[in-house]
Ligand binder design. Structure first.
Ligand code: FE2
Length: 383
């Protein structure tokens, strides 16, 4: 059935050496002083030096803010905003994985709206867009560089908040697969699985649409085919490029269709226990598919085909089993062996985790509507 659907995406440049266009875009924006938002890992990988060279070529001034944790915290956003104001910046460049990019999005809207970052929680609660923002992803996973989402950790309440708004879409994304060469095997695996979850959750989201379907299915194909190859051949730029293309397409899909229970539950784990996002998603995915399958069977069959399951004459029970086996074997091949219990999740924490997951905006578009007990059972299975 045709329904009204909106598609939002930034201008993006995809390909090797896209990063080197940073200076040109800064001069397009008329930048005077740039706040570079990044993290210590990206600095030690050398990417910030590469960027600053490009910025210096344009005779633009810059300052760097790198106090960003893996699950970026509201305090870090507020301190970054203070630095932006004190240093009289007028453009932001975010370089790194989802954490620096989400932090940068937060810094921008805090500065233009003069509000606390936690005030923007939820859907469409940002009145004024931030200053020009250039995002340069260095992982093939989060797609914060094309998405309407920013996820920020509220340490006081130990929950992650989602800020979802068209104003969170960067002005330009420079998507350079060369930057992903410095990721180790585990980070490549976790961010790749995150991207796969984006595509699957977007495809079965209740806000799916024909345009997004194309991106979501192609992303599932690209990621499931290339991720196992990349973890066995980390320096292969062709494979890295295919994986990043998959991540980009997954990002275009989920930014517009939103996500589902896997992300709602992973956000809850990140907030309460500070667990890593991609790995939580990888652990939860098979369990959530098992729960959701009955509400979106036809769509899951398409997902199965995109994952490479050739036999389309399977009964729905067999198809469900085959998809979960495929996901689990992918997880094993890329080396994600731990479960939630191995990361310190306990039975005692499950009721609170489940309640927080139910309150997460990503749960709204999950194909099956769960109650608290349903979510508790999924956490228990994933322990
Ligand atoms: Fe994600």
């Amino acid at each position: 059935m045709l329904e009204l659907r909106k598609f939002v995406a930034p201008e993006f440049i995809f390909g090797p050496e896209a990063l080197q266009l940073t200076g040109r875009y800064l001069s397009n924006f008329g930048a005077r002083k740039v706040l570079i938002v990044t993290d210590p890992g990206v600095i030690s990988a050398g990417w910030v030096d590469t960027i600053t060279e490009e910025i210096t070529k344009e005779a633009v001034d810059f300052t760097t803010y790198s106090d960003v944790s893996p699950n970026p915290r509201s305090e870090e956003v507020m301190l970054g905003a203070e630095k932006y104001r004190q240093e009289d910046c007028d453009v932001i460049v975010a370089i790194g994985g989802g954490s620096p990019m989400d932090c940068a999005k937060g810094i921008g809207i805090v500065c233009t709206n003069n509000q606390h970052i936690l005030d923007f929680e939820g859907i469409d609660n940002v009145s004024i867009p931030g200053p020009p923002l250039i995002c340069i992803p260095t992982t093939a996973g989060t797609s914060a560089d094309v998405s309407q989402f920013a996820i920020i950790n509220n340490l006081e309440k130990r929950v992650k908040i989602a800020i979802i708004s068209k104003t969170m879409v960067p002005d330009v994304a420079l998507i350079d697969p060369l930057t992903t060469l410095t990721m180790n095997k585990h980070l490549t695996a976790c961010t790749g699985m995150d991207a796969l979850v984006h595509a699957i959750e977007a495809y079965v989201s209740t806000a799916n649409s024909p345009i997004l379907d194309l991106h979501a299915l192609e992303a599932i194909r690209l990621i499931s085919k290339n991720l196992p190859l990349v973890v066995g051949d980390l320096d292969n730029i062709e494979l890295r490029g295919q994986l990043m293309l998959g991540s980009l397409q997954a990002g275009l899909a989920f930014s517009n269709a939103s996500l589902g229970a896997v992300h709602a539950m992973a956000h809850s784990l990140g907030g309460l226990l500070d667990l890593p996002h991609g790995e939580c998603n990888a652990i939860l995915l098979g369990h959530v598919i098992s729960y959701n399958f009955q509400e979106a069977q036809e769509r899951f069959v398409k997902i199965g085909e995109a994952l490479g399951i050739k036999n389309t004459n399977l009964t729905s029970v067999e198809m469900k089993r085959a998809i979960i086996e495929e996901i689990n074997s992918l997880r094993e091949v890329v080396g994600i062996h731990k479960n939630l219990g191995d990361h310190g999740t306990t039975v005692a924490s499950i009721p609170e985790l489940a309640q927080n997951a139910l309150n997460d905006p990503c749960m709204v578009t999950n194909p099956r509507v769960p109650d608290r007990r349903d979510i508790e059972v999924i956490y228990e299975e994933a322990l």
